[in-house]
Design a protein around this ligand. Structure first.
Ligand SMILES: [Zn+2]
Length: 244
């Protein structure tokens, strides 16, 4: 029997684009959002600290269904970062070849099936669970951060991500970086020798040697032999070379 936390997979949080018709309980929706509002009850029940605004976290609804969380850090001069995930999924039908109904959250042969399991409800639940855990312990991060959970990412995020971005811009927020969903690492696929993942063709520029790792390597430099010792203690100069 799947845990109650898996219930999120059984909730229809479907966005269909303007040219896709979706049939939900006898109703045909075109270019509409079908958001099972029990989702909000589940969020409040599982993550009471995250959703009850306190001095440790501020929760705001944006575009009616998207969520923005602000977690203030101890050092307000540090540029904040942002974690992103999305609640919505693309439509799914059992006729598409699903082994179990796509919104059943059924467990089959040790695997839990549900539309959105890896895109992107696992990120939504993982981020919220981690924050709940930290808030329970009264955690205050050094660096402030934001969490944005969009409700219409699959159809360009015009109401969710765009409004979150406008809100942050109006507050003069500049982000150091944004961490969004990635692709799955394929492992155990027949015919594939080892794990494989597709990397983005236009990744962000390499920043190795400009973050916290710089201090770590410089601190450890004396433990390396030459010539690595010189390289590690001069990352300001050699990081472009080392990060290749
Ligand atoms: Zn996604």
């Amino acid at each position: 029997m799947a845990s109650r936390r898996v219930e999120i997979l059984s909730l229809r949080t479907i966005l269909c684009s303007a040219n896709v018709a979706l049939s939900v309980r006898g109703k045909t929706l075109v270019g509409e959002l079908w958001l099972d509002l029990r989702l909000f009850g589940i969020f409040n029940e599982f993550f009471p600290k995250v959703f009850s605004s306190s001095s440790l976290v501020k929760h705001e609804l944006v575009g009616n269904y998207s969520h923005l969380f602000t977690v203030p850090g101890r050092e307000p001069d540090l540029e904040p970062y942002m974690l992103l995930a999305h609640i919505d999924v693309v439509p799914a039908d059992e006729a598409d070849g699903w082994d179990v109904p796509p919104f059943s959250a059924q467990e089959l042969n040790g695997f839990i099936y549900g539309r959105g399991t890896i895109d992107n409800k696992q990120s939504v639940m993982g981020i919220l669970q981690a924050l709940e855990y930290l808030l329970e312990r009264g955690y205050t991060p050094r660096r402030s951060f934001y969490i944005g959970l969009g409700h219409d990412e699959e159809v360009n995020g015009l109401h969710g991500a765009v409004n979150i971005m406008k809100l942050l811009k109006s507050r003069g927020v500049k982000l150091q970086y944004v961490l969004d969903e990635g692709l799955a690492v394929l492992d155990g696929v027949s015919g594939l020798d080892g794990p494989a993942a597709l990397l983005e063709e236009n990744p962000m520029p390499r920043l190795f040697g400009y973050g916290p790792e710089r201090g770590t390597f410089e601190h450890l430099a004396h433990k390396f032999g030459l010539p690595l010792r010189s390289i590690m203690s001069n990352l300001w100069l050699f990081s472009p070379l080392l990060s290749r």
